[in-house]
Write a protein that binds this ligand. Structure first.
Ligand code: RTP
Ligand code: MG
Length: 160
């Protein structure tokens, strides 16, 4: 097998920049209804900023059960799906696209484990989540899902 040479043609460098800017540097989050209702939105956004994430897009909205079900469709067959949809449509959420190097992985570290009793000290779920069901915040689990989830809430004109 011969080695592959890196081709530094301008069009390839532009593609690389497009990929870096548009894929692995971004994640999607939602501050969940438990946290918005308790008034933690500002403190959580502050923590996200302090951890080095740039807020690309931001909005508050109240999901219908139908829209919440669509967002979490991957969990359709799980026993907690009904509860999850009910909870996510029980009050306003704050949706955001965030930018930082290694965004998806670093953001999952910042929010902590799904179950707040297992979340590390100082993580958002450790500080603000009450239970595995009502766990304060969502973070995308892959670059591909970050893009799908960001597009679910924000038009291209709203992604800066
Ligand atoms: P998220 O998608 O919200 O960021 O959470 P996650 O990746 O840490 O966890 P995931 O497995 O994707 O589960 C999605 C959400 O479903 C709720 N859940 N409830 N009652 C339960 O056993 C249970 N398990 C999961 C949580 O709200 C979880 O964040
Ligand atoms: Mg998940």
């Amino acid at each position: 097998m011969g080695h592959q040479e890196i081709n530094f043609q301008p069009q390839n460098l532009l593609y690389l920049r497009f990929k870096i800017n548009n894929m692995s540097n971004r994640t999607f989050t939602m501050i969940k209804p438990d946290a918005t209702k308790k008034g933690h939105t500002g403190a959580i956004l502050e923590k996200i900023n302090a951890a080095g994430f740039r807020i690309v897009s931001l909005k508050m909205l109240h999901l219908s059960a139908e829209k919440a079900g669509e967002f979490y469709a991957v969990h359709r067959e799980r026993p907690f799906y009904g509860e999850l949809v009910g909870f996510m449509s029980s009050g306003p959420i704050c949706a955001a696209i965030l930018e930082k190097n290694n965004a998806v992985e670093d953001f999952r570290i910042l929010i902590g484990a799904t179950n707040p009793s297992e979340a590390a000290e100082g993580t958002i779920r450790k500080l603000y989540a009450a239970s595995i069901g009502e766990n304060a915040i969502h973070g995308s689990d892959s670059d591909a899902n970050a893009a799908i989830e960001g597009d679910f809430f924000f038009s291209k004109l709203e992604q800066f």
